[in-house]
Design a protein around this ligand. Structure first.
Ligand SMILES: *[C@@H]1O[C@H](CO)[C@@H](O)[C@H](O)[C@H]1NC(C)=O
Ligand SMILES: *[C@@H]1O[C@H](CO)[C@@H](O)[C@H](O)[C@H]1NC(C)=O
Ligand SMILES: *[C@@H]1O[C@H](CO)[C@@H](O)[C@H](O)[C@H]1NC(C)=O
Ligand SMILES: *[C@@H]1O[C@H](CO)[C@@H](O)[C@H](O)[C@H]1NC(C)=O
Length: 180
């Protein structure tokens, strides 16, 4: 009887260890956020004031990096503000892995290229400011999938706005749009 209980208990422990082990192995954490930001850093080709070059170092916690804010509850990156730092670069698709991000501001830089569709994975995003950069192409209609988005700034880029009206129809929740 006692032996059976012991075995049941052991099997339960083994199963839950496997379960939680697999879960934590697959779930993103602050380490994932750090590697995501390092990928982003590697896509920044010019950083004239050497801000990220010296400050975004693996010797310090990603939460102390310039422009990075972490949430106290989940200890994940919740805001990224790299506005007006004279940066040149592109936006890698990996940025869509910052799953706790609610604020993204890279205004007044020289980011170029297109906006990767993976950004739709930032479903917590409330504020998105890509204004005054050098982004090209059509304004992507997938902005409409960002269900929590309240403010969107795409002004002063080389984006064409033929899909603008359909976007505006998609997100009625966006109260603060500045596109042209
Ligand atoms: C994040 O998860 C990885 C496994 O995916 C683990 O090795 C690492 O220790 C975790 N980091 C933190 C800070 O929890
Ligand atoms: C990075 O910048 C932040 C904010 O200015 C500062 O608090 C931190 O000490 C800097 N870290 C390094 C390694 O320079
Ligand atoms: C991050 O995103 C890219 C593409 O968007 C994906 O291939 C990669 O596996 C992701 N990495 C992690 C650690 O989740
Ligand atoms: C755009 O950003 C540059 C810095 O990259 C700044 O000098 C310029 O005044 C900004 N223009 C507008 C219209 O905000």
């Amino acid at each position: 009887m006692a032996k059976t209980d012991f075995l049941t208990c052991l099997i339960f422990l083994l199963l839950s260890a496997t379960f939680w082990g697999n879960l934590s192995a697959n779930s993103p954490n602050i380490t994932t956020d750090q590697s995501t930001l390092l990928v982003f850093k590697s896509h920044i080709t010019q950083d004239p004031h050497n801000l990220l070059a010296t400050n975004w170092s693996t010797c310090t916690s990603v939460c102390n990096w310039i422009g990075v804010t972490c949430g106290s509850r989940h200890h994940r990156v919740t805001a990224l503000d790299l506005s007006s730092l004279d940066l040149t670069g592109t936006i890698p698709s990996q940025l869509g892995n910052l799953s706790f991000l609610s604020w993204l501001n890279i205004r007044d830089n020289s980011f170029h290229g297109s906006l990767p569709i993976e950004l739709t994975r930032l479903y917590r995003l409330k504020y998105l400011n890509f204004g005054n950069n050098s982004f090209h192409g059509e304004i992507p209609p997938w902005f409409g999938y960002l269900a929590k988005l309240q403010s969107l700034f795409l002004d002063n880029n080389y984006l064409s706005g033929s899909t603008l009206l359909s976007i505006l129809n998609l997100f009625s929740q966006v109260t603060n749009v500045f596109i042209v």
